[in-house]
Design a protein around this ligand. Sequence first.
Ligand SMILES: *Cc1c(COP(=O)(O)O)cnc(C)c1O
Length: 381
Amino acid sequence: MKWHTLAVHAGTEPDPLTGAVMVPVYFTSTYAQEAPGVHKGYEYSRTHNPTRTALEMALAQLEGASYALAFASGLAATDAVLRLLSPGDHVLVSRDLYGGTYRIMRRVFEPWGLSFDFVDTTDVAQVESAFRPETRLLWVETPSNPLLHVSPIPALADVAHQRGAKLVVDNTFATPYLQNPLEMEADIVVHSATKYLGGHSDVVMGAIMLNREEDYHRLRFLQNAVGAVPGPMDCFLVLRGIKTLPLRMQKHCENAQKVAEFLATHPKVARVYYPGLLTHPQYLLAKQQMRLPGGMVSFEIPVQDPEDLRGFWESLQVFTLAESLGGVESLVNHPATMTHASIPEEERRTLGITPGLLRLSVGIEDSEDLIIDLQSALQRV
Ligand SMILES: *Cc1c(COP(=O)(O)O)cnc(C)c1O
């Protein structure tokens, strides 16, 4: 099935009872049993809920995976994957990544007994030399947050597998429409469905997709045993969002390309990070492993004090200053004080998360309005 067809039909079939075209929202915590243990496959909604089942089927199909699991948030999904490990295990992680992923690793799982090293995953040789005998996972975010670095998934999968480790890819920024890590030999894909999969900034959710049965059973066990599951209404919203994922992503990418090209020529902008620009260090790699370069654009205005950006925020009419990304509306985020504030300042600076770095989630509005908005705001810097 081609992408636009798949997105509309994945996971959904007319309801056998009524013919309802859209999957009903099963607001129920429990299910009647004919006799003890005799039921229709549903016992209790932490374990299974039909709306969630439909969503999980859709998510698996989108990533071309054998299995998918939905969680209450992207971080709950991350938590479940890290629980596959045991104290003493070591994890290699992309240096530039979502601040909350950094925080759960450093402040939840390090005290629990895992150890983490943060490396530049765009550089396969560097990753290779950072492996230890106890390294079990290589955790890669590509494109990365907020600097849009692109890491080579097939080469990293090779390196991990040669050393008996698994490759996890956080595919949130790319979405399954732009990039399918499992087809490039990654072992596990993690998503914050809060972002493009939901697509309308109205739900928080996470997902895991994978092919390996043994890991799936353990993750399914953890999903039920720990209990960080999404409710049926949230599942319905993401299922609805998925239907327009290809359409939205095409427009996000088209607008992001135009915005990035505009910023690249602006005299007040020192640097633009966008995998669709020829100046991006992994431009060719992005072309190889992604269908399109995505809807996220970061750029740098050379200021030392975030206060100097006040005029910029105040002028914006279409862009909203907010955390998060991937919704239909355009957002601007200041990583140093917002999404990446939990990374120590020293580390932020070495990564390139400077006081003048701004990250745009380019929405699906008219690109001319977006560019005019940025142009007027830049005049106030
Ligand atoms: C938002 C985000 C997460 C965390 O997801 P939540 O749904 O907020 O818990 C993880 N990874 C990336 C890349 C994200 O953008």
